[in-house]
Design a protein around this ligand. Sequence first.
Ligand SMILES: [Zn+2]
Length: 65
Amino acid sequence: MTPANENKPQAAAKCPVCGKPAQAEHKPFCSARCADVDLNRWLSGSYAIPAVEDDEDGREGDREA
Ligand SMILES: [Zn+2]
């Protein structure tokens, strides 16, 4: 309803990674690097399961017969 808005040259979307203006080539990121960073975050996010199975306090030697 506000045609004044459509006259804008693509409002600069910001790179979600670093906040710089996104480049059309790397939308929505500013560079391939940031796209990569984001992807890595994504992946590490789903793999962010702390594997601390080594933390068990299994003392075997203190057992009472
Ligand atoms: Zn960026």
